[in-house]
Design a protein around this ligand. Structure first.
Ligand code: PMP
Length: 395
């Protein structure tokens, strides 16, 4: 008569299961477009050059592993505020904490909302990064979805999104992907962002911007534009930024939660965020965050990081364009043009679950069941094979 018999079984994570299937597949020409990590032309997720250099410097210079600060190092939080908010930052309005990756930042943001407004509803795009949903439910907040993706064009349906979000109550939280929407790859236009920012400000809703791919879409500055616009338009804004992808420090768990608030509430917010770190895990991880702040504040390291990130970004764009071009040639139609319009690491192909299974079983091409494909899993060598398989499946 213990307590744990009451626990429901947890379903196996879809992406983890897919990774296992891929590994067990003996076909030499199998292609992994599943798990969401960047891979280079050799299929490797590299340690970025500047991160490697910073790590060597740190090994030489770091003489203690004693605790740092409960909110995380100020230098890291300042550097991330510069990176994400740039000219839109206002120190008088900004509170922040280092978190356990971008996931930790999302979790802390929603925990903060439960303390401030336990009856807030959290609006997420349909679809969204799957983890947004259980985190919202786990912290006990109500969940709402807003229409986002147009299945026909594979672009966003901005009118439907704005119509659904016109239903928000004051104090509701609206979760937005700052750039490079996961899983669809479809993103609002600048005019849509403007309309969205105005709507949320008018309604008194609180945007929670999850920005996990800054630099993977249209460039570091362009990818932050929507976040900056919203930070300047809305009074209260939550921003969860991940360093996992754009610094390639996935396993180090580096992220930051920033809260923009009216100046008179700033100190209370800073105290509350710090207390949340304390009660959840005390000090946040330091190693990855320190590497990030070293890279961002050393001009030579920063220039090298930006150059490498830009190569990653343009490489993915090039793969998108190649795949779209191949599909135009093979199908004689423009219906895959969206692949070149999408931004970031992912595109939702719009295939049925049966077609996704056929791609796997007949062609050795692995993607997530909702037909999300990782563009970084494509290479010069496999892109025409993938195009032929997609064309053969009549998607
Ligand atoms: N948000 C989104 C939309 C993501 O895709 C990811 C990474 N899969 C994260 C947040 C969190 O990343 P991490 O916790 O690894 O920093």
């Amino acid at each position: 008569s213990g307590i744990f018999g009451a626990l429901p079984p947890q379903g196996e994570d879809q992406i983890i299961r897919l990774m296992g299937q891929f590994r067990a597949d003996p076909r030499p020409d199998k292609v992994d477009l599943g798990v969401g990590v960047y891979r280079n032309a050799q299929g490797v997720t590299p340690v970025m050059r500047a991160v490697q250099t910073a790590e060597q410097q740190l090994l030489q210079s770091q003489n203690t592993k004693a605790y740092t600060a409960l909110a995380g190092e100020q230098a890291f939080r300042d550097a991330m505020a510069d990176l994400v908010l740039g000219p839109a930052q206002d120190p008088a309005r900004l509170a922040s904490v280092a978190t356990v990756g971008g996931t930790g930042a999302v979790f802390m943001a929603l925990r903060l909302v439960t303390m401030a407004r336990p009856d807030a509803q959290v609006w997420v795009s349909d679809p969204t990064w799957p983890n947004h949903i259980p985190i919202t439910q786990h912290v006990g907040l109500g969940l709402k979805t807003y229409r986002y993706f147009d299945a026909e064009s594979r672009a966003i349906d901005a009118a439907a999104m704005l119509a659904d979000l016109s239903q928000v109550r004051p104090g509701d939280v609206v979760l937005l992907h700052g750039c490079c929407h996961n899983p669809t790859g479809a993103n609002p236009q600048p005019s849509d962002w403007q309309a969205l920012a105005t709507l949320l400000a008018t309604k008194g809703a609180v945007p929670l911007i999850d920005i996990a791919y800054q630099g993977f879409g249209d460039g570091l500055e362009a990818d932050a534009a929507a976040t900056r616009l919203i930070a300047q338009t809305c009074e209260e804004v939550l921003i969860a930024a991940s360093c996992s992808k754009n610094f390639g420090v996935y396993r180090e768990r580096a992220g930051v939660l920033m809260v923009m608030t009216p100046p008179q509430l700033r100190d209370t917010l800073q105290g509350t965020l710090t207390a949340l770190n304390r009660l959840n895990y005390s000090f946040p991880p330091d190693h990855g965050a320190r590497l990030v702040s070293m890279v961002l504040t050393d001009p030579a390291l920063r220039a090298d990081w930006q150059a490498e990130l830009e190569d990653m970004r343009t490489g993915m764009l090039h793969l998108r364009e190649t795949l779209a071009r191949e599909l135009r040639r093979l199908t004689g139609s423009d219906r895959f043009g969206f692949l070149a319009q999408h931004r970031g690491m992912f595109s939702r192909l719009g295939a049925t679950p049966e077609q996704v299974e056929k791609l796997r079983a007949d062609h050795g091409i692995y993607m997530v069941g909702d037909s999300r494909m990782n563009i970084a899993g494509l290479t010069k060598a496999n892109v025409s094979q993938v195009a032929q398989a997609i064309a053969a499946c009549n998607i």
